[in-house]
Write a protein that binds this ligand. Structure first.
Ligand code: HEM
Length: 112
């Protein structure tokens, strides 16, 4: 694993933690900052994921399952869209939907 791939995976894991932290913050405390934690983390997750694909493909660092990546991309975009809706009109229901989609995406990443 190259250092670039490790750094991107590190950011990818921070993004994942941030999405779940934002979701839990909003559901448990309704802190007004939680919507931004959730949205910014979902963007970090999306960007770091796309850069990871680029680093792995360009550096010839391994075989990627493109169907799996495509599904992760769609789910990740869904988290961003729900995060934007949640920013416009915060609701614990939207935060929960974003959190659940992110957890499904962890399942896709780990079990596929
Ligand atoms: C909410 C969104 C996402 C979550 C929760 C998530 C979660 C994860 C997790 C837990 C890993 C580590 C798994 C492992 O290394 O075995 C991982 C790795 C990875 N993710 Fe994501 N991810 C998300 C979005 C994305 C997106 C949008 C892309 C690219 C389009 C992406 C591309 C990758 C790649 C290339 C790896 C490393 C190689 C691999 O194991 O497939 N991820 N992701």
């Amino acid at each position: 694993m190259s250092i670039l791939e490790s750094i991107l995976l590190f950011l990818h894991m921070l993004g994942l933690a941030g999405i779940l932290a934002g979701f839990l913050m909003q559901v448990m405390t309704d802190n007004p900052k939680s919507v931004k934690v959730l949205l910014h983390s979902s963007l970090l997750q999306l960007v770091s994921g796309l850069l990871l694909v680029g680093a792995i493909e360009m550096g010839d660092l391994g075989e990627l399952n493109h169907v799996k990546i495509g599904i992760k991309l769609l789910l990740s975009l869904a988290v961003v869209v729900v995060g934007i809706m949640n920013l416009r009109k915060p609701s614990t229901r939207l935060a929960t939907i974003a959190g659940v989609i992110a957890v499904v995406n962890i399942g896709v990443a780990v079990f596929w």
